[in-house]
Write a protein that binds this ligand. Structure first.
Ligand code: HEC
Length: 129
């Protein structure tokens, strides 16, 4: 009986610990993401509060249906997921939402790791909405 109680206590504490760890990693992602977003200048064209600036707002896009036009002129309907957001940063001219066909985002000169951090940061912001 004692043994079982002990196991239960360990289980409960390990759950609390892993929740805290997740909380911390989200806080780190938020800090790093905010810094990159501001320092690289994404903030000059994109709002994370919902306004349309030169570029589309990025805070409530995840899971949305979007119609885009690809470089070859082909239009298609897709659901905004992680891969789409990643492509939007890595290769902005590959596809554009129809309402931004005539707007240009330059390909940012950043590392693969920074692209992934920004992608995860944008997803975190979307999950918090
Ligand atoms: C000069 C203004 C400008 C800057 C700076 C800029 N963007 Fe963009 N961004 C745009 C425009 C315009 C679009 C829409 C057209 C396109 O996809 O090329 C866009 C599209 C996107 C998309 C796809 C959004 C959607 O709903 O289709 C993502 C994601 C994105 N940008 C992220 C970023 C990130 C992250 C940075 C910083 C590294 C950044 N942008 C810097 C103007 C900009």
């Amino acid at each position: 009986m004692r043994f079982l109680q002990l196991m239960l206590v360990i289980l409960v504490y390990s759950q609390i610990y892993s929740c805290k760890k997740k909380e911390n990693s989200n806080a780190v992602l938020k800090r790093e993401g905010t810094k990159l977003f501001n320092d690289i200048g994404c903030v000059q064209c994109h709002s994370l509060e919902g306004e349309k600036m030169y570029g589309p707002p990025l805070n409530s896009i995840l899971g949305n249906e979007s119609i885009v036009q690809r470089m070859d002129g082909k239009q298609l309907k897709l659901i905004v997921d992680r891969a789409y957001i990643y492509r939007g940063i890595k290769d902005p001219n590959f596809e554009k939402p129809l309402s931004f066909l005539n707007s240009i985002m330059a390909r940012p000169q950043i590392s693969e790791q920074q692209i992934n951090t920004l992608t995860d940061y944008i997803i975190l912001i979307n999950m918090e909405q």
